[in-house]
Design a protein around this ligand. Sequence first.
Ligand code: GDP
Ligand code: MG
Length: 177
Amino acid sequence: YGDYNQKIDYVFKIVLIGDSAVGKSQLLARFSRNEFSVESKATIGVEFQTKTLIIDNKTVKAQIWDTAGQERYRAVTSAYYRGAVGAMLVYDMTKRQSFDHMTRWLEELRGHADKNIVIMLVSNKSDLSSLRAVPTEDAEEFAQRENLFFMETSALEATNVETAFLTVLTEIYRIIC
Ligand code: GDP
Ligand code: MG
């Protein structure tokens, strides 16, 4: 039903990056299928999910790529970044190290991707804010300095997940179309 025979006006590739266990796969599951699983297995093999939506009366297919357990430094291949017009740079707000690593993920992203790529810094697991290890101001300052969008999300509670992806997709649409 529905998207049988649907005309797609645009396909936007978006990549998820960040340390292992920050919640990339669950953010993707939440956005693409409105699902969350507590015992998510490490992703095996490069995988993407798609979600088709309407922006400004156009049919946009978001093709969102998830890392294949390649989160070790420099293990993500250039094919992963190729053609990406958007990126979600994800850390776990309860793990300071995952935020500290954003600098090198961003460096790697900028080394591989198009210079106009739209980037969202995502502070995930906001449902665990009592265990917060990264003040919002630190992230805001980093995002502002690096010219990134910024949002705090919870894949578990479905907080801001759709907004985060839609913000990136709408901005890509604004730039490209
Ligand atoms: P990835 O390695 O970055 O893909 O991380 P996963 O999506 O596999 O998630 C790693 C772990 O964090 C899993 O146990 C998830 O259930 C959990 N997780 C992911 N997102 C959230 C969230 O928003 N809140 C909480 N409390 N746990 C989460
Ligand atoms: Mg994963």
